[in-house]
Design a binder for this molecule. Structure first.
Ligand SMILES: [Zn+2]
Length: 341
């Protein structure tokens, strides 16, 4: 047995442990590794070379002790380095002169941008934004809106029913009913939200889509108010020279009803491929609230009148940004979406 060798190994391990504990960077640890375990000049390596000069009976114990110290120091170096990588101690391992990494930054979806812009224009006209549930009863979605349940729109084949009498709303109009049940006139609300229809998912249709509608109810509201409000909205959203055109239409919940066109924002009304040469682009449906709708919420249809309108922000976003396929808006492809950030 060579107590001298064992003692020197113990002293070396103690020294190495203290040095490693003081290390503050991966570089310092690497220097310590070379100093103690380096293949040629390492202190421990040198010591192990001396094992050969020991007697045959001393060599096994000293060799075992040397191996144990080598393993202990090596393990401690690795563990300490892992701790540094985990951020336990940064110190001078960080190069502050390197350029920073760009962080991910979220942005609003192009449809949300359009919804917010529309709401801002109507806010200037006194409209408040409200929301309602996307799962509705057939009474709110159809019956209260003067749409009988044998109407084609209420058919099983055209609507997503969740349970008998419960469905994914096919338009945002149930929120008109909920608003009128909760508040007395005057009412001026704007309702953005998702609506669901059993449409094919193709370039111009989506089974789940954003809708935005408005409702105004008060004494003495006429079709003139409807026209003036929507003309002001069109100028606010599409530019001061935009004009609107009303074409007769039919909706169960308004009477009279109209489709509303705006002068084409691309050609100014001269006619182009976007407006199919007509100079007009259809953007919404509108009309005076049907008295039957007022009756279903308990409003006095002799005293109050009102108008309602509804539009598809996705279509307006497509028109504004020149998006050729509605599916692009739902694919969540960052390469597409970051153009709008
Ligand atoms: Zn045009």
């Amino acid at each position: 047995m060579n107590p001298g060798m064992i003692d020197r190994l113990s002293a070396l391990e103690e020294e190495a442990r203290a040095e490693i504990a003081r290390a503050r960077s991966a570089q310092e640890l690497e220097q310590l590794r070379i100093r103690y375990l380096g293949r040629r000049e390492g202190v421990l390596t040198q010591l192990m070379k001396e094992l050969g000069s020991l007697s045959a009976e001393e060599r096994p114990a000293a060799g075992a002790a040397a191996n144990r110290v080598k393993t202990a120091v090596s393990t401690l170096l690795e563990e300490t380095r892992a701790g540094l990588d985990g951020g336990a101690a940064g110190g001078d391992a960080e190069d502050l002169t390197l350029p920073g990494r760009a962080t991910w930054q979220g942005a609003r979806h192009p449809v949300t941008l359009v919804v917010d812009e529309i709401c801002a224009v109507f806010a200037g006209l006194g409209f408040t934004r409200v929301r309602g549930p996307e799962a509705e009863t057939d009474w709110y979605n159809f019956t209260a809106l003067n749409t009988p349940l044998d109407h084609p729109a209420a058919d099983m084949h055209d609507t997503f029913y969740l349970a008998p009498g419960v469905l994914l709303r096919s338009h945002t109009s149930p929120v008109q009913i909920r608003t009128m049940q909760e508040y007395a006139p005057p009412i001026r609300v704007l309702v953005p939200g998702m609506a669901y229809r059993r449409d094919p998912f193709d370039a111009s249709h989506a089974p789940a889509f954003e809708q935005l509608e408005g409702l105004a109810v008060d004494e003495g509201i006429t079709f003139v108010d409807l026209k003036a409000t929507l003309a002001e909205f069109a100028r606010g959203l599409f530019g001061a020279r935009t004009t609107v055109r009303f074409r007769p239409s039919f909706f169960p919940f308004t009477e009279p009803s109209a489709e509303v066109d705006v002068s084409c924002i691309l050609c100014g009304g001269a006619g182009c491929s976007a407006c199919k040469g007509t100079g007009w682009v259809e953007i919404m449906g509108a009309g005076m609230v049907h008295p039957a709708v007022f009756e279903s919420v308990g409003y006095d249809a002799e005293r109050y009148t009102g108008f309602a309108f509804g539009m598809g922000p996705a279509r307006i976003a497509m028109m504004r940004y020149g998006i050729p396929d509605i599916r692009l808006l739902y694919e969540a492809d960052v390469r597409f979406l970051e153009q709008f950030a």
